[in-house]
Design a protein around this ligand. Sequence first.
Ligand code: 6CS
Length: 355
Amino acid sequence: MISSGTNAGVLRRFGTAVVATAALLVGGTALSTGAQAETWRFALEEIEGSVQDMYAQKFKELVEQRTDGDVTVQVYPYGALGTSQDLTELTANGSLQFTFASPGHLATMVPEMGVFNLPYILSQNNEVNKQVLTEGDVVYNDLAPALKDKNLKLVTMFPEGEMVWTANKAIRSPEDMAGFKMRVMTSPILTEAYRSMGASPTPMPYGEVYGGLQLGQIDGQVNPIFAIEEMKFYEVQDYMIFAGQQQFTTSVVANQTFYQGLPDERRAMLDEVTTELVDYIFKVQDQYAEERLAKIKEAKPDIEVIELSEEERAAFRERAMSARDTFVEMTGDSGKEVLQALQSEITETEQAVTD
Ligand code: 6CS
């Protein structure tokens, strides 16, 4: 046995269902990607009860209400169809209408999205991040076309909470990271980012993290608090370290051909629902961060929570700056422009929010 609790169920489902269900979806041309589709298939990179699930369930409720039941939204939690990368591919090829596609994995296909994987790039004020992600020019004017090239419509983005390191030892400095196998999502820029901060990064799909920690293939991982709780990572880790380096960001993408083919009225309904969900999901992720930390402490009272000081954070921030150069090398002029535009937009939004 390599796992326990809820996670065991996730992994078991993950192993067996992927191939069969994916084959069914790809083969099933009965799946319409056109305007008349009655079932919209929406896949999650997270399990039931997660932030993404809360989003998709509310989306389902609103879409079904507003189409008087003409459209049924079918939600597939993580484990039902495949890894994050599989879900993006299934959406690009029209087998799914919608999926969550977090930059931590999506940047493998759309490298410019890796800008959100750079440590200390987003604001410490999450209201600012909310605005930049849900309505900013960089996301919807500069980045959306790169997704469109892959037949993906960027529907929305939002933050899911501060990413926290979990570890089998205390980490307070880049020196403490030496030889430390930190699991990262699969985007290549994340590997570079953690290497720059001193770690030995190990990319791995989400479903393999619990087992990897338990078996000692990895020494730690990084995720928002709600995920650390629901995936039970805390069971096999002794430390939670707040380094303030990254906000977990996610995007919802749709099949571009499907989106384009929707009747105007239905597309307008979809845009309306997406806008309405902005405040809803922002509150959910905020509340989850607080509640799930309490749950972790209750389930494992001896877990050590370390909040890095400003000085300690500065050492990581300084080391992480070289990842920005690597990002520009990897993405060329388009990535450079996105990085500069994002930095300016964050600064302007910070000023506007505090004025
Ligand atoms: O670490 C990961 O791979 C995943 N973490 C979260 C919180 N959501 C989806 C993503 O795939």
